[in-house]
Ligand binder design. Sequence first.
Ligand code: GLU
Length: 319
Amino acid sequence: MGERPVVGRFAPSPSGRMHLGNLLCALVAWLSARSAGGRMVLRIEDLDTARCPRAYARQLEEDLRWFGLDWEEGGEQGGPHGPYFQSQRTAFYEEAFSHLAQQDRIYPCFCTRAELHAASAPHASDGLAPYSGRCRSLTREQAEAMAAKRRPAWRIQAPARRIAFTDGHYGPYAAQLDRDCGDFILRRSDGVYAYQLAVCADDGAMGVTQVVRGRDLLAYTPQQIWLLEELGYPPPQYYHIPLLTAPDGRRLSKRDGDLDVGALQKRYGRPEPVVGLLGHWCGLLDRPEPAAARELVGLFSWEKLPQKDILLPENFGRE
Ligand code: GLU
């Protein structure tokens, strides 16, 4: 950490209009990179093309700009590591997949969603249910016979390795890959490459040194560090951030339309009051006074940010 010039990233999935929680994540990622003199990359995570039409991505760029954020490369403007739309990066994922396939760790999995669901037990620490490994023991003949009937997903066998790292915000974290993560999917049965593979291939190829994202992804980080290593890339520094939750503790989602950027624009007219609120909740401002994103750069430090989830005030957005 520290020696490489900082390259941060936004990696939003444009499956709807961004909401306040997405803005929080984008703002903190931007402040973290900018306060370290770093660059920003915008990568559009639209692997699921049916759910992520191009119009949403355009709106997303517009909303980020409205909010006062900028980036040196990515999105429509492109750059040296493009394309920056995951839906256009299949060739990169194919290459990463064949690289991983050379090590005999990849196998076809025919389990249906329903079977997986039935077999999954709640996981002790983080809510992930590691795969049982059922299809790993299929013989080549069995797999071929099954593949004649339906297209398999492809999994990678997680090794018996402990990956430990220090999250920049939550501190030390470790997982035993085979026990805690289990064999995970690299390519879905419909041929679409999985998030885990795409995110690692892209963070690596785009030279990302700093990943800032919601703490719901912390549990996936050990397997991503391992995958990056397998692909020959150094891991970035990870910083997970608290989630913004509704007053009842529920995580905000794109269904909370009253908190999306369109609604915020209607309510506040300009970005400064929203930036100010988020800056206040992040411990950067004593009061929720209007501020431009760039005014928070000099005030940013990771120590000021809370670790506990940020609860929205009762009736926020509905008064
Ligand atoms: N595209 C993911 C999301 O919007 C984020 C992935 C990541 O930051 O690693 O939730």
